[in-house]
Design a protein around this ligand. Structure first.
Ligand code: ADP
Length: 262
């Protein structure tokens, strides 16, 4: 199947090195460093406003770092290195780089004027990555993967929130990204629709792509995460395995947070 083409353990290693970000003098991120192995699933948890989304957006250069840098497989995100200096990429090169990083937004962000198929084939065609026939074949495979093969001709407004998010996940996979970033993918959903989206994400974890997921769903984190990162006030307070961070957290801030959300 085409969707399995790019699976390679050497793809999608993310390194975040000493990243800082301020908004109007307020530290949204303070000295964040993270090493995310290729093919792993990292779940980022923490209270609202702790910097989780800001960090995720930086991995795609939707947000600029103030200091530090982020690399995926030795490529600098948003920058190129010349000598010992980093220079920001031109918009065209940023877009090119984003092809290898899929992003799933809280509010799905499907194009409302395009049907499901058109939403999924838009990027592969715009980037001239696949012929139209190949793109349609692949879109159908991806819709099978998210359990929506019968919705290929539906319009976004005809779908439930859970179905729209599953289409958005298929769309994020259409360019065969090395990395997929999920920004609270179920927080805009009615409670009864959360499970179907989490199940799709759990299945994706088996594809071997690097996934970074910001979520408040602790039970889901327990099932899917190789690595859990707890953030508070722009800092990483604690990180480690599910066992280390969710079952036996060392830090009081992690313990307090978990006791509030569990
Ligand atoms: P989380 O995802 O953990 O809820 P965010 O990354 O959204 O946290 O926000 C971290 C901090 O940065 C918050 O204090 C938030 O208000 C601030 N922030 C985020 N984005 C912006 C922005 N575009 N402009 C100003 N402040 C921002």
């Amino acid at each position: 199947m085409i969707i399995n083409q790019s699976i390679s353990p050497a793809n999608g290693h993310i390194q975040v090195s000493h990243v800082f970000k301020n908004y109007a003098g307020h530290a949204a991120l303070h000295d964040i460093s993270l090493d995310i192995p290729a093919g792993s699933v990292t779940v980022i948890i923490g209270p609202s406003g702790s910097g989780k989304s800001t960090l995720l957006r930086m991995i795609n250069h939707l947000e600029r770092v103030d200091e530090g840098f982020i690399q995926i497989d030795d490529e600098f995100i948003g920058y190129r290195k010349k000598g010992d200096k980093l220079y920001e990429l031109k918009e065209r090169d940023i877009l090119k780089q984003r092809k290898s990083v899929g992003y799933v937004f809280q509010n799905f962000n499907l194009f409302p004027h395009l049907n499901v198929l058109q939403n999924i084939i838009e990027a592969p065609l715009a980037h001239k990555k696949l012929s139209k026939d190949q793109a349609i074949l692949k879109a159908n495979q991806l819709l099978g993967l998210v359990g929506l093969r019968d919705k290929v001709e539906a319009w976004p407004k005809q779908l439930s929130g859970g179905q729209q998010q599953r289409v958005a996940i298929a769309r994020a996979l259409a360019l065969d990204p090395k990395v997929i970033l999920f920004d609270e993918p179920t927080s805009a959903l009615d409670p009864e629709l959360v499970g179907e989206v989490l199940n799709v994400i759990k299945n994706l974890a088996k594809l071997g792509k690097t996934m970074v997921i910001v979520t408040h769903e602790i039970a889901f984190a327990r099932e899917v995460a190789d690595h859990v990162v707890f953030m508070d006030q722009g800092r990483i307070v604690e990180q480690g395995t599910v066992q280390q961070v969710l079952e036996q957290p060392k830090e009081e801030r992690t313990q307090n947070f978990l006791s509030r959300v569990l």
